[in-house]
Design a protein around this ligand. Structure first.
Ligand code: DGT
Ligand code: CA
Ligand code: CA
Ligand code: ZN
Length: 594
């Protein structure tokens, strides 16, 4: 699966270079690399992550470097740069059967075609037929090809969806007359991936907002536009390589809360709410909460007549209140027991971003981080934290420039010295120590004993059998110096499958050994995921929400981890780094030999 994505990336670089009519030799090289990766029986990304040699025919040093870049950062700069040089919609055309980079270059250059919609236009007005090398037959076959190109239904990652939504919302906010605009759907619920982006707005003249929406830069195609709703396909390659559907609905103020509740979902949560409404002889829909038997229910049209007065609708809180429920946070709305708890007013008081006191996993330039410890401290202070832990890689992670014991000691000294100069802030010295194949750790205990906090992570052999994977983690947790398991399953969303693990056994042992489980807030990881977070909490395991930042920007990604933990019903008490430093220290002391 990872091989496919890596291979696609090289293929896409070759495609773009071909569109740009660049050096044929390099194009051929990228295609060769793409094929070699696709044909390789081993997981190339994994080999790279383990620092093991990658022997692929025709793969030179600079391509290997790109593979490593992809494995460690989830993106390749050269690829991003190429993407910036063509209209984003052009790549979509390459999915049309029989339509290659040369065709794309021709229609772009001579007919100014930049999107699928543009291409359809030049087919319809027959200008494509007149282009050298095309003709009526070919135009017709392209038209048929386009019909095949139904939306593939690919989901995008939470962080990317959020960045796209911010971009769109930011632009719409400048529209005159806009009164309110909010994100709904799976994005508001903090789901790890998002199928499409749902927006709701309220405005004096909704038509104007919808028109601005369908004309935003980045719009690839308008899928539909009516008086109260429009759907677009949107692309912004600096944020995300995929084309994403975005729905915008215009809603009147008096039913804004009802609509926001309805379109936030989840579908299952909403079904349950409607049942509760029905038991109370009420009717709930996106327009409000109504007494059953009013014209709202009887009329065939869903929209109630003016005669049907809603009992609630302006705010979401009203809706929950009138249904006899405590307000349910969006991240809990999955029909996973939250409604029953809300009926008894026994919802968990979920952890929030503002509760986070520190970040216990980040990398400095000693291994593969980009910013100095002093810069990380500054950034952490700005986030309102009181402590951080510097957790560089250990020696086996050669590719990430892992530290041997000697370099680690130098790093410890440097951090201790810096720490002495800090007021009201503490830098803990930590390590993200590799869990080796046999479950032993990459440093001896006497080295680990010098650290304030120890994260143990698996970075190699993730595709092993369940029993071996599980015993590696169990053995690591038994070590009295290991305080936390980093990104426990090793999954990377859309890149790498999780390790096959006996999670129940692992969580049981974690509780027993006072070992916390990390919720990696890194947008690619979100690991533990929401389901495993909930399982961990039920097993009495402490969570630590960390960013695993490799630069100061990365420290700002905590909210994705918090959303994931919320979806797992984590309270402040469940999260170690939502506690003051002394609690973290006590947690460490409790496990160590006295
Ligand atoms: P996604 O886009 O697949 O990541 O997931 P959602 O939850 O954003 O789903 P979407 O975009 O199809 O619809 C947004 C919300 O609208 C959904 O969470 C609940 C509500 N909704 C949409 N269609 C239905 C429906 O047929 N029945 C019910 N009860 N709710 C619906
Ligand atoms: Ca959606
Ligand atoms: Ca939608
Ligand atoms: Zn790390």
């Amino acid at each position: 699966m990872t091989n496919q994505r890596l291979s696609d990336l090289f293929e896409q670089m070759a495609d773009i270079m071909e569109i740009l009519d660049e050096d044929r030799f390099r194009i051929a090289t990228y295609r060769k690399v793409a094929r070699a990766i696709a044909d390789c029986p081993q997981d190339v990304a994994q080999l790279a992550a383990q620092g093991r040699p990658i022997e692929l025919a025709g793969v030179g040093k600079s391509s290997l470097q790109k593979i490593h870049e992809f494995v460690h950062h989830g993106a390749v700069q050269a690829h991003q740069d190429l993407l910036g040089r063509i209209p984003p919609g052009l790549l979509e055309l390459l999915n049309i059967p029989g339509f290659g980079p040369k065709s794309a270059a021709a229609v772009w250059k001579h007919l100014k075609v930049e999107t699928l919609a543009d291409l359809q236009r030049v087919i319809e007005d027959k200008s494509l037929e007149t282009l050298a090398g095309f003709g009526p037959k070919k135009a017709e076959s392209i038209a048929r090809g386009i019909q095949f190109l139904a939306a593939a239904g690919h989901r995008i990652r939470l962080a990317e969806a959020l960045a796209l939504a911010d971009l769109i919302v930011g632009q719409l906010r400048t529209c005159p007359g806009l009164q309110e605009i909010e994100v709904a759907g799976s994005l508001r619920r903090g789901c790890e991936t998002v199928g499409d982006i749902d927006l709701l707005a309220q405005a004096a003249d909704g038509g104007k907002i919808l028109e601005a929406f369908t004309r935003l830069p980045g719009v690839q195609r308008v899928l539909g536009a009516g008086p109260t709703k429009a759907s677009i396909q949107f692309a912004w390659p600096e944020i995300c390589n995929e084309i994403v559907q975005v729905d915008l609905r215009i809603v009147p103020a008096e039913s804004f809360g009802a609509a926001w509740q309805y379109f936030t979902g989840s579908k299952y949560h909403n079904v349950k709410l409607r049942e509760i409404a029905a038991q109370k002889h009420l009717k709930l829909n996106e327009y409000g909460l109504f007494a059953a038997g009013t014209s709202a229910e009887k009329s065939s049209a869903k929209k109630p007549s003016a005669a049907a007065k809603s009992l609630a609708g302006r705010t979401e809180r009203q809706i929950y209140q009138k249904l006899g429920l405590a307000y349910i946070a969006p991240t809990l709305r999955e029909d996973r027991g939250e409604i029953e708890r809300a009926q008894k007013n026994k919802l968990p008081l979920i952890v929030e971003l503002k509760d986070i006191q520190g970040d216990l996993h980040m990398h400095s330039p000693a291994s593969d981080g980009r910013h100095e410890v002093a810069q990380l401290v500054e950034a952490a202070r700005r986030l309102g934290y009181h402590y951080i832990a510097i957790s560089d890689h250990s020696q086996s992670s050669a590719i990430a420039n892992g530290l041997d014991a000697k370099r680690l000691r130098a790093s410890i000294d440097a951090v201790r010295t810096l720490n002495e100069s800090l007021k009201r802030f503490t830098v803990l010295i930590s390590s993200e120590v590799d869990i080796l194949m046999d479950g032993s750790l990459d440093y001896p205990d006497e080295v680990l004993a010098e650290l304030d906090f120890v994260i143990a992570s698996v970075h190699s052999g993730l595709t092993g059998p369940r029993q071996r994977n599980t015993s590696r983690l169990l053995k690591a947790m038994d070590n009295p110096y290991v305080n936390c398991i980093g990104h426990p399953t090793g999954r990377m969303i859309h890149v790498r499958e999780p390790m096959d693990l006996d999670m129940e056994l692992i969580l049981h042992r974690a509780a027993e050994t006072h070992t916390a489980m990390e919720v990696s807030a890194s947008p690619l990881r979100l690991d533990l995921n929401d389901i495993h977070c909930r399982q961990a909490i039920d097993a009495g395991v402490k969570l630590v929400i960390n960013t695993d930042a490799h630069d100061t920007h990365g420290l700002g990604q905590m909210s994705y981890g918090v959303a994931t933990a919320q979806r797992g019903w984590a309270t402040k008490a469940d999260v170690l780094n939502a506690q003051p430093l002394r609690a973290v220290r006590a947690w460490v002391r409790q496990k160590r030999p006295r």
